[in-house]
Design a protein around this ligand. Structure first.
Ligand code: UDP
Ligand code: MG
Length: 313
């Protein structure tokens, strides 16, 4: 197999037929002596997505599918695709046509020129709310400033990766996946191609703010200890301030004698300290939750059925 295309699917019935057509139009003309495969991962869709994929699979033996037992999330769907992908090169692409299949030849060309990862970088993005664009922009900048590895900004998971990178990803056992970060962590020669991100072709986004927040926290906790250090630092800062206030209190009590029983300052310091402590505990909690998820060692996903043999790796 020369090329595998991984497509996570969550309620994409409106997009699957057009996506399949456009992928074939783009990939059929490419010289691939050992052929290609499309791996659709149905991530617990509630609409007709699964039926559509199965119809495609019945007509076209290159269409493979993995049907999850429930919604496990986009990153896990992509991981399942990577676990089963057979290609020397693997493309990860969204199903909603926001990632143009027409970019795949360019991605492949750069890969063949000697890169192991070619990611697609958004030059602009259309049809997304200002809030989404702002939070994404903000998140990627924050993440870049607190991690040691350089995770490219304004980049999703749309990319092509070589077999070497797929094998390396499969050796990373973490439960909380942040694939674009993991790929940066892996290294090798990486480059990018720029594109203008289109509007979603049909349907609605499967990424609720809750899922976005979870992805953001997974990315930060997996690639940075800075929040933990910030908790420690803010502890020191607050203690320092408290010490100064204590000195001032002693000074006014014994030297200047203009000591006022201070309800306000007492309240403020209690609230402030309480707040800082809660934040610190919360940050520690985020890391501990992920620790415990990894200690449990549950399988990442449960497959209900698939037409890929052998099934589980
Ligand atoms: N997706 C998924 N599981 C989910 C949410 C999304 O497999 O829980 C898929 C979705 O079908 C699409 C891709 O992940 O192929 C990106 O999702 P979406 O377009 O909703 O995200 P956005 O572009 O709004 O960030
Ligand atoms: Mg989308």
């Amino acid at each position: 197999m020369n090329l595998s295309v991984i497509i996570p699917i969550y309620n994409e019935e409106e997009n699957i037929p057009a996506l399949y057509e456009r992928l074939r139009e783009v990939i059929d003309p490419i010289e691939l002596p050992d052929g290609y495969e499309f791996i659709f991962i149905n991530d617990g869709s509630q609409d007709q997505s699964l039926a559509l994929i199965q119809t495609l699979a019945a007509r076209d033996p290159r269409v493979r599918f993995i049907n999850f037992s429930r919604n496990f999330g986009h990153q896990i769907a992509v991981t399942a695709g990577l676990d089963r992908a057979d290609g020397d090169a693997v493309v990860i692409i969204d199903a909603d046509l926001q990632d143009p299949p027409e970019l795949i030849p360019q991605l492949l060309e750069k890969l063949r020129a000697g890169y192991e990862v070619v990611y697609a970088k958004r030059r602009s993005r259309q049809g997304e709310s200002a809030a989404k664009k702002f939070t994404a922009k903000f998140f990627y900048r924050i993440l870049a400033s607190i991690t040691h590895i350089s995770i490219p900004v304004d980049t999703g998971d749309f990319r092509i990766i070589s077999r070497k990178v797929v094998d390396a990803l499969r050796r990373m056992p973490e439960q909380n996946k942040f694939i674009r970060g993991q790929i940066s962590w892996i290294g090798y020669r990486q480059t990018y191609v720029e594109y203008d991100r289109a509007e979603r072709a049909g349907g609605a986004t499967g990424y609720t703010y809750r899922k976005m927040l979870r992805l953001a926290l997974d990315g930060i906790t997996a690639f940075s200890d800075v929040p933990l250090k910030a908790a420690t630092l803010s502890g020191f800062a607050v203690s320092g301030i408290a010490f100064l206030v204590m000195l001032y209190t002693l000074y006014s009590r014994f030297i200047t004698h203009d000591y006022q029983p201070g309800w306000a300052s007492l309240m403020i310091s209690i609230l402030f300290l309480g707040g800082v402590q809660l934040i610190a505990v919360g940050i520690i909690g985020e890391y501990i939750a992920r620790l415990s998820a990894n200690v449990r060692q549950r399988p990442l996903y449960i497959v209900s059925d698939t037409n890929i043999t052998p099934p589980a790796a």
